[in-house]
Design a protein around this ligand. Structure first.
Ligand code: 3PG
Ligand code: MG
Length: 411
């Protein structure tokens, strides 16, 4: 029992049917997996359970299908997992019902099967009792290794924990340990870098962070809303003028909390968001009416890097420029490189998360040098906001002696 929940250390796995919830919601291109990061995270848990003679029954969603939809089949993902594990991974075309029951009944200790996309049944997202029971029937215990889906109270991410003994998998355990240390008991000074397009999706996050971090560097489109709220010129940059009052409130609250907000002082501008557009570097005060702010300028990057150099802990969510289009990925990559270097030198604990952030760190080639990179998007954000994740809460709600309790109930 670590972090208030049971782990694989507490589970008797030999001969047991283990329903293992993983997040196989990976990017696909032309029917094949195009980014295996999430698969790499869960292969150790799969291998450990199989090596301990458990029968591994993989549960996951893929995409957001409305009902059964071959385009969202997990079959190619199961094949990718098999290749990474160097072990056979059986595939079953349904996650409940006669086919699933027959496949599970035929499993031997150490076998691995992947059941079809749980979202092919609408009971998954509704956390419907009958669907949860149909899943639970297939297993003796439930292991949740899908932190990135833990913000969903779905049947396979939460519901199963009510019916079966529940354990955290190794990836979820590592994730909670890394994230918990960084936000709950971090070494100060703590700097948060928050980027991305919109403030509206990150208001709760900003409010939560200013009460906890020493520096908050804001970049991306959301920085424009802050700049405009301060009466600075932002030309025709992306911004949310409706949120000017909220932005000013955050600035005032940050000051009361002694959290220093680091806004851009210069910018890379262009007439439009286009690859290799004609760019210029200007101080914020000189952004022209027909210009778009698309990345931090070099002085702003220097300021962020100098804050990083003074900090002990970094929490990063969201790129600081329009990183998907060159050359507007420059500042994000430079900051990522600086953070990676400080981390390697043992001076900084660096935690990053979110789909775009991970893509940017991968592009910068620094992911492996960060202390911890979360593959979670929405779950990472909700966790940073201080919200309770249902898929974690259910693990924490289980009794210490749950295996014995379940045994006693069966016996
Ligand atoms: C994710 O990719 O963030 C998780 O797998 C959750 O997916 P969802 O946003 O479709 O619930
Ligand atoms: Mg998603």
């Amino acid at each position: 029992m670590a972090g208030g929940f049971c782990t694989l250390n507490d589970a008797a796995l030999a001969g047991k049917r283990v329903l293992l919830r993983v997040d196989l919601n990976v990017p696909m291109k032309n029917g094949a997996v195009s980014d295996v990061t999430r698969l790499e995270r869960v292969t150790p848990t799969i291998a450990e359970i199989a090596d301990k003679a458990g029968k591994v029954i993989l549960l996951s969603h893929l995409g957001r299908p409305k009902g059964r939809d071959p385009a969202h089949s997990l079959r190619p993902v199961a094949a990718a997992l098999a290749a990474m594990l160097h072990r056979p991974v059986g595939f079953v075309e349904d996650c409940i019902g006669p086919r699933a029951r027959a496949a599970v009944a035929a499993m031997r200790p150490g076998d691995i099967v992947c059941l079809e996309n749980t979202r092919f049944h609408d009971g998954e997202e509704r956390n419907d009792a009958a669907f949860v029971a149909a899943l639970a029937e297939l297993g003796d215990l439930w292991v949740n290794d899908a932190f990135s889906a833990a913000h969903r109270a779905h049947a396979s991410t939460e519901g199963l924990g009510h019916l079966l003994p529940a354990y955290a998998g190794r990836a979820l355990e590592a994730e909670l340990q890394a994230l918990g240390k960084a936000l709950e008991t971090p070494e100060h000074p703590v700097v948060a870098i928050v980027g991305g397009a919109k403030i509206s999706t990150k208001l709760a996050l900003l409010q939560h962070l200013i009460a906890r971090v020493d520096f908050l560097a804001v970049g991306g489109g959301m920085a424009n809303t802050f700049l405009a709220a301060q009466g600075k010129p932002i030309g025709k940059s992306l911004a949310e003028p409706d949120l000017a009052a909220s932005a000013r409130e955050i600035l005032a609250e940050a000051e009361r909390r002694h959290c220093e907000i680091v806004l851009p002082c210069d910018a890379v501008v262009a007439p439009a968001l286009k690859a290799h557009a004609a760019t210029a570097v200007v101080p914020i005060a000189a952004v022209a009416a027909d210009a778009m702010i698309l990345d931090l300028g070099p002085r702003s990057v220097e300021r962020v890097v100098s804050v990083l150099a003074r900090a002990k802990t970094l929490l990063w969510n969201g790129p600081v420029g329009a990183f998907e289009i060159e050359p507007f990925d420059t500042a994000t990559i430079q900051i990522a490189e600086a953070a990676a270097e400080l981390t390697t030198a043992g001076k900084l604990v660096s935690i990053a998360g979110g789909g775009d952030t991970v893509a940017a760190l991968n592009r910068a080639g620094v992911t492996a040098r960060f202390s911890y990179v979360s593959t979670a998007g929405g779950a990472f954000l909700e966790w940073l906001e201080g919200r309770t994740l249902p898929g974690v809460a259910i693990l924490q709600a289980k009794p210490r002696n749950q295996a014995n309790a379940a045994g006693a109930m069966i016996g």
